[in-house]
Structures are given as C-alpha cells and as structure tokens.
Design a protein around this ligand. Structure first.
Ligand SMILES: Cc1cc2nc3c(=O)[nH]c(=O)nc-3n(C[C@H](O)[C@H](O)[C@H](O)COP(=O)(O)O)c2cc1C
Length: 415
C-alpha cells in the first residue's frame, strides 16, 4: 500500500489534504475519545450550505486594499483563519461603490478587476475546507475618513476627514440626510432618488460578482452607523419623503436593497448585520409614540418584515456606531463586559425562534460562548479581536470544552 501525501483535488497548487476539514469536531472518531459534541461544534446548515462549526470570523476592516483590490495581506490574514479551524469567515466591509468606503484603503467590489484577488482567497479558503462570505457595505456619511491608527495619530477633536490630497473624497459623501456624524467627520449631502437607485444597482452588481468569486454567503452591513443603519435610525434620517419619518418609510430603502440582493443571490445564504440599538440617552420611543432612536422594538419589526419577504437567513446582532455621544452599557470596570450584545441577540431570537441568530461582541471565553448556544440565546458566535489575538481559538475552545477538533496536519506537532 502506498502512503501518498494526497493534495487537495482541484487546488491551484499542491497543498496537503486535511481530512476531515480543519476545525471539524472529532466526536465521530471513537479512537480519539473526544467526548460529546459541544454546541459550538455542531454543524449548522443554512440554505443548503453546511458550516462545520459555529465559530465565525466577524468582518474586520484591514485598511490594506489597493484601490479597493484585496492584496496579499488579505490572503495571509484570511488564509490564517481558514487553516485554524473556524466554521466560517466573513470578509471585511467591502464597499459597492468607491465613495462608500470608510477609508481610502478599504475593500471594494465595484469593478470586475476586484474579482480575481478575492477569488484567489476564496479558493484557498475552500481548499482548507472553510466556508467564506463577504460583508457588502456602504459607509454613507461615515465615508472618506482615516484608517484608525491614522485617526489615533491625528488625535481627538481634530478632523478625521481624508482630504482629496490624502486619497479621500470629502465632497462626495452622502447619507439619508445632511447631518454629519460628528464635527470631526465629513459634511454629507442628502442622497437623491437618483443616488438611491445607483446604490441599489451597485449592490446588485457586487452580488453578481460574489457569484463569480464563489462566496458561500453574503452579509449585508446594516450596522455601526453606516448607510443602511443611517436610513433606519430616526437620529440620522430626518427625510420628509417616502424614505424618512415613519418606521415604514425609514425601512423602505434598506429593505429594497435586500430584496434586490436576494433576487441576484437567489437561494444562497444571506446574512444581515444590524445594530440593535443606537445607545443614545433615553428611551427608544416617547410616550406619545414618537421614535426617538433606533432600538430593539424597531429591530424586531424590521426582522419581521425581512422574514416575511424571505430576504434574511441569518441575523448578526451588533450595536451602536450611529450616535457620536453613545453610552454603551452595561460597562464593567470601564471594560465592556463579555457578551455585552448577547441580550439583544437573545431578545430577537426569542421573538423569532426560527431565525438563525449570531451573537457578537467581547466573546472570548469558550465556556461562556458555549452557554450562549446551549441556552438558546444565539445559534452561532462571531469573534473579531479574540481571533486576532488567538487565531487558533476554535481548536483551543474544543480542548477547553473537553473535546477535540481537527488540527491542520501541518500544525499537529504543536499540540
Ligand atoms: C480591526 C477591526 C475591524 C473591524 N471591521 C469591521 C467591519 O468591516 N465590519 C463590521 O461589521 N464590523 C467590523 N468590526 C467590528 C467587529 O466585527 C466586531 O463586531 C467587534 O469588534 C466586536 O467583536 P469582538 O469583541 O469579538 O472584537 C471591526 C473590528 C475590528 C477590531
């Protein structure tokens, strides 16, 4: 019998085949005595796509794109997750138009030349048995700003606007209304009906490119004070036309984008990330029924609508980013506590038990993460910073939970 080191079939070049896929729970391999399958490692199927576990990489901007094109930084950054056991990777906020980028170095998918570098990353991820999707975005009034470390150097109170000589586009920033996010941000124009059609068409064109690239899912960025969140929140949307005022009107354009994406994306998994609250002072609604800020009641109403229209398969529940004076609570000792956004995920899951819900936000402890799923508060967890600190979190989590997940053959000797 020969002992060939088999390569991944169909891969661009030779890499050893990992079987089962890295990050798969090894409960079916009795010889490993890996114990019971933790909730975090139960595969989940979404619209015919099976994710090997429920630990998802949250989208993370890298400010490392060349005119919106993914670079080798992205291949290495994302490739590192693909080889270390997560169930899925969501590629960073990727703008559907150039002026929808947060910073000049953000990712984009507005032109066909952006397809090839992403395709290479997706094919690599697939060769490692890891599902991968992309977050489609438009930054709205928060566009044309510096990358975070450049902001830090500029300091608070100074302008964070990337000017034209810094590759920015401060005179082409728009949102639902002409209200800047803060005095350090660009002064936006109110989008016209024509602008809205152009944005909708750009989301549809980017979705077509996602098909060609081979992404397993799309996540629409409806959170953190970017364009879609700006439309749904009464704090940033003061329009008096059919896109502003009543809740129905504020939801109109964001919902239209999702319907358009669904018609292009067909029956593939469509995720939506929302901010479940603006974290502004005071209640979501006044006593006379006026909506004062975005919150959980309107989030639930929007989810009802999206479910009825069949334009959501997973809701990724985040918060904040649309109100410069936001006060996030509860705060423990100055640090945002573990799973501080989980109560929002839980509330939405409770109201919509059939919806697949993702929890995100300071999730670092495997036991606590496991408890969120076991207690039915969410179906999957998204991790960002903890995975930057510890890309092997999934493998370590399996061990912390008294079981084993498949480690890359190439890394076995480390464990
Ligand atoms: C470097 C970095 C970049 C981020 N970029 C994005 C992004 O592109 N889209 C998004 O929705 N959230 C983004 N976020 C937020 C994360 O996805 C996540 O929601 C947040 O960091 C809370 O999760 P954590 O406590 O596990 O880091 C980013 C966070 C970090 C740290």
């Amino acid at each position: 019998m020969s002992h060939l080191n088999i390569g991944v079939p169909g891969a661009r070049e030779y890499y050893p085949m990992n079987e089962p896929a890295i990050g798969t729970h090894l409960s079916s391999y009795a010889w490993l005595q890996s114990g019971e399958q933790p909730e975090l490692f139960k595969p989940i199927e979404i619209k015919g796509v099976t994710f090997k576990n429920r630990i998802f990489v949250s989208p993370m901007c890298q400010y490392s794109s060349a005119d919106g094109h993914a670079t080798d930084w992205h291949l290495v950054h994302i490739g590192g997750f693909a080889t270390r056991g997560v169930g899925a990777i969501c590629v960073e906020a990727t703008s559907v138009v150039p002026e929808g980028r947060i910073s000049p170095e953000d990712a984009g998918l507005w032109t066909d030349s952006q397809i090839a570098p992403l395709k290479r990353i997706v094919e690599f991820s697939h060769s490692q048995g890891t599902k991968i999707g992309i977050q489609l975005a438009h930054a709205g009034r928060k566009a044309s700003t510096y990358a975070p470390w450049i902001k830090d150097r500029a300091g608070h109170g100074t302008s964070w606007v990337a000017q034209e000589n810094e590759n920015g586009w401060p005179n082409n920033v728009y949102g639902p209304s002409a209200i800047p996010w803060s005095e350090t941000y660009p002064s936006p124009k109110a989008a016209t009906e024509q602008d809205l059609q152009y944005i909708e068409d750009a989301f549809a064109a980017a979705t077509k490119r996602c098909h060609e690239i081979g992404f397993d899912f799309i996540e629409v960025h409806g959170a953190h004070g970017y364009l879609i969140h700006e439309f749904v929140s009464p704090l940033s949307n003061t329009r008096t036309d059919q896109y502003g005022g009543s809740l129905e009107n504020r939801l109109r354009f964001p919902t239209r984008i999702l319907e358009r994406i669904r018609s292009e994306w067909k029956d593939k998994p469509l995720f939506v990330r929302i901010s479940a609250t603006d974290w502004a002072d005071g209640p979501e609604k006044s006593e006379d029924g006026t909506w004062l800020q975005w919150g959980i009641e309107q989030s639930n109403a929007w989810v009802d609508k999206l479910l009825t229209l069949g334009v959501i398969d997973l809701l990724d529940v985040s918060s904040g980013g649309n109100w410069a004076k936001q006060k996030i609570s509860p705060v423990a000792g100055g640090n945002i506590e573990h799973g501080y956004q989980v109560p929002f995920a839980e509330a939405i899951k409770k109201a919509h038990p059939s919806l697949i819900v993702g929890a995100v936000g300071t999730i670092t402890d495997p036991m606590i993460a496991e408890s969120y799923l076991r207690d039915g508060k969410a179906d999957v967890v998204f991790l960002a910073r903890e995975l930057l600190r510890n890309p092997h979190w999934a493998i370590k989590a399996a061990k912390a939970l008294g079981s084993e997940a498949k480690i890359a053959n190439q890394y076995e000797r480390a464990w």
